[in-house]
Design a protein around this ligand. Structure first.
Ligand code: HEC
Length: 170
């Protein structure tokens, strides 16, 4: 009995060790290529400043909250088109699709509204300056977790968008 154990034990250690190195090989071999966890560096610093988000809160409550709700949580039934085939205002707080769109697209949506893509959101080009729109989007994104923000950030980098850094957000 004791003898058997003495043989089995070193054997299992050898199997264990080779098993580990096999696993390592798999992750680096070209055959089983594993996507790198991050394509662009993870950022926890955001493109906007705290001041922008504070200003954006006011602008959002005045211009956007009537549809997207004051906490940006959107209409409850936002996934279902209404009788006219239009989508209700979606949440902008990171729980819906807004984070799939790079910054230039988000800016465009607010500037021109949803009409160019068959939506019903009004455009704000006559009410908000481009700086105002950036502030509103800053406030919107201040609701996003770092995880959502980082995924969104990488989408921007993929499309070739480069963020301008200001002194206060570096
Ligand atoms: C009259 C209602 C209404 C107002 C006011 C409104 N929105 Fe919207 N918004 C919508 C609807 C509806 C959609 C869905 C797309 C469409 O139908 O145009 C939308 C879509 C969006 C999207 C795209 C979200 C996504 O998941 O792709 C963003 C970003 C957005 N709105 C931001 C804003 C901001 C910022 C303001 C205020 C400056 C605002 N909206 C004001 C109704 C509104």
């Amino acid at each position: 009995m004791k003898r058997k154990l003495l043989i089995i034990l070193p054997l299992s250690i050898v199997i264990f060790i080779t098993g580990c190195s096999e696993g390592d090989k798999n992750t680096t071999s070209t055959k089983n290529k594993v996507e790198p966890v991050q394509k662009a560096p993870l950022v926890t610093k955001r493109w906007y400043t705290f001041e922008q988000a504070v200003k954006g809160n006011q602008l959002f409550q005045t211009n956007c909250a009537s549809c997207h709700k004051s906490d940006a949580s959107g209409a409850e039934n936002w996934r279902k088109t209404d009788a006219n085939g239009k989508l209700p205002p979606p949440p902008l707080n990171g729980t819906a699709h807004a984070w799939h769109h790079p910054l230039p697209i988000m800016r465009r949506t607010v500037y021109f509204g949803g009409a160019p893509v068959g939506g019903s959101m009004p455009g704000f080009s006559d009410k908000l300056s481009k700086d105002d729109i950036d502030s509103v989007l800053a406030w919107v994104q201040s609701h996003w977790s770092d995880e959502i923000y980082n995924m969104w950030y990488r989408k921007n980098i993929k499309t070739g968008y480069t963020f301008k850094r200001t002194k206060s957000n570096q």
